[in-house]
Design a protein around this ligand. Sequence first.
Ligand SMILES: Nc1ncnc2c1ncn2[C@@H]1O[C@H](COP(=O)(O)OP(=O)(O)OP(=O)(O)O)[C@@H](O)[C@H]1O
Ligand SMILES: [Mg+2]
Length: 286
Amino acid sequence: MIPNVLSIAGVDPSGGAGLLADLKAFSALGAYGTGVVAALTAQNTRGVTGVQSVPVEFITQQIDTLFADVRIDAVKLGMLGSAEVAANVAAALRRHGVRRLVVDPVMVSKSGHHLLSPDAVATLRREIIPLAEIITPNLPEAEVLLDGRPIRTLADMRAAARDLCALGPRIVMLKGGHLGGDESIDVIDDGASQVELPAARIVTKNTHGTGCTLSAAIAALLPRHAEPLDAIRAAKAYLTAAIAASGRLTVGHGHGPVHHFHGLWSRWEGTAFPPEHLPTPAPPAT
Ligand SMILES: Nc1ncnc2c1ncn2[C@@H]1O[C@H](COP(=O)(O)OP(=O)(O)OP(=O)(O)O)[C@@H](O)[C@H]1O
Ligand SMILES: [Mg+2]
């Protein structure tokens, strides 16, 4: 069965991060994408110029209306913006019995814009993170969640990943994109054991939305894998390839997006677009 996956996140009009990027990652990975708009931004590849909140009752209405009709197999949470939104989204997730939840605790954009108010961190920690199957903080976010403790080395990352487990998610994926070095290593901890996912650091400025894309990819793949770790590994491989192929896109002048459809479109290169020879779908079984 094709999974139905939901992103509750902010909109980045440049399409590299947030809800639009999540929808691309879902689609590229064989999930049917749905989305609830939790915030609006004015943004391009150079930075965020403004943020507009969505009335909290309307966020709740979007979620309730969707769940009233559509089976949702996994949810990814991104930018929530405020404590009030976070509390209401947490209540909605509990009300709808969401079990497969990937939380990307978005706090600051790659360009340095604050996307979560400080009082919302407490709500995120207390009400959202304990509901999560997987949380995917980057290093600055992990530092905030650990009350400002600096994370500067791989050893710090290992200790931080274990300590973040105490906040209540089933699995912590601590992302090492901000650590520097030749490799970009992520540390995954389920409270009992730890796994490191290394990837060669790709030299590129096209890292807009890497975090959004990764968490969306995990949500898309969770319903297709018996083990969450296998979904995480597959999502990381997808993201790394999407970063590597980002140079094929020409979007903006700052930190460009990753290439979500690197696998699909490369098969079409040199052919008519879209290809005329797409396989004809088999008629539905009667
Ligand atoms: N240059 C790179 N080469 C390879 N992998 C990278 C690179 N930069 C980031 N990654 C990987 O991308 C993923 C996202 O990590 P990162 O730490 O950049 O997240 P983030 O800061 O939340 O991103 P975002 O700005 O989208 O919120 C991680 O798996 C990280 O290892
Ligand atoms: Mg991020």
